[in-house]
Design a protein around this ligand. Structure first.
Ligand code: NDP
Length: 253
């Protein structure tokens, strides 16, 4: 995507990112902070969140809050506690980027371990739903807020071996469409991003033998992440966007 936002695109915007300690979420945090946003960094590993928080502070950007939460074990009460804590910190949320995700072994449906299936559904679908439900009131307090889910090309067209992960991303697309429809007359827009193959540890676990140099980095795909959090996307809702339009799914050669 060719998008050149103004340097103050996200000034005064308050954005929560899940899975902000690593990979695409980490890059989104640093990028949003650079464009003026105040951030709430949520993730599983507190030390990784603290390191992103320190990096933001070292660049003299708006100080970020951190909240450690393991989405694998998170309950509805835990998600409500997140919302209650955030309401103590800030008056509203202008953006939520649901980026945390779990990918387990690539294996045929017939061989998926039930616990793996449950874990993927818990992190990618149930926790995403519970957090969204808890955070909606804070988002609706903003005059214009953006809810962004993270999908995948296997969430649009099933692919052999991608089992629970693919099904969870189809569910993510569905969650986005329902919410977008429900909120089309409010200030909340709801969309999905498909990052496309991107150089992170999740990608390396799925395609250990591919040529990593051929993959885009998290920094390369940030234009779409910026576009969807800023005012230029104000009228876009119910859309599943590609950060790398035209890229063929599968390993980089
Ligand atoms: P990474 O594995 O690099 O990062 C995932 C982040 O999510 C990490 O910060 C991780 O925390 C966090 N996370 C994982 N499980 C939990 C949990 N139980 N509770 C809280 N946080 C958790 O993945 P990517 O950056 O590659 O992926 C980001 C998103 O993009 C995912 O939704 C993924 O499905 C999607 N995606 C990625 C593609 C790619 O090629 N990279 C392609 C298509 C979609 P921790 O740091 O503690 O491990």
């Amino acid at each position: 995507m060719h998008y050149h936002p103004k340097s103050d695109l996200l000034n005064n915007r308050i954005i929560l990112i899940t899975g902000a300690g690593d990979g695409i979420g980490r890059e989104a945090a640093l990028t949003y902070a650079r464009f003026g946003a105040q951030l709430i960094l949520l993730g599983r590993t507190e030390s990784k969140l603290a390191s992103v928080q320190q990096e933001i502070a070292a660049r003299n950007l708006r100080p970020a809050f951190i909240y450690a939460l393991d989405l694998l074990t998170a309950s509805q009460q835990d998600c409500q506690r997140v919302a209650d804590q955030i309401a103590q910190w800030v008056p509203h949320l202008d953006g939520v980027l649901h980026n945390a995700g779990l990918l387990t072994e690539i294996t045929p449906m017939a061989e998926i371990q039930l616990q793996d299936w449950m874990n993927v559904m818990q992190v990618n679908v149930n926790a995403t739903f519970m957090l969204t439900q808890a955070l909606l009131p804070l988002m609706l307090k903003s005059a214009s807020s953006s809810l962004v889910f993270t999908t995948s090309s296997v969430g649009r067209e099933g692919r052999s071996g991608w089992g629970a992960y693919a099904v969870s991303k189809f569910a993510t697309e569905g969650m986005m469409q329902v919410l977008a429809e429900e909120h089309k007359h409010t200030g909340l827009r709801v969309n999905c991003i498909n990052p496309g193959g991107t150089r992170t540890s999740m990608r390396a676990s799925a395609f250990p033998d591919e040529n990593k140099d051929k993959l885009k980095t998290p920094a390369d795909i940030m234009p779409l992440y910026l576009y969807l959090m800023g005012d230029d996307s104000r009228r876009k809702t119910g859309i599943s966007f590609d950060a790398q339009p035209g890229r063929k799914a599968g390993p980089a050669e």
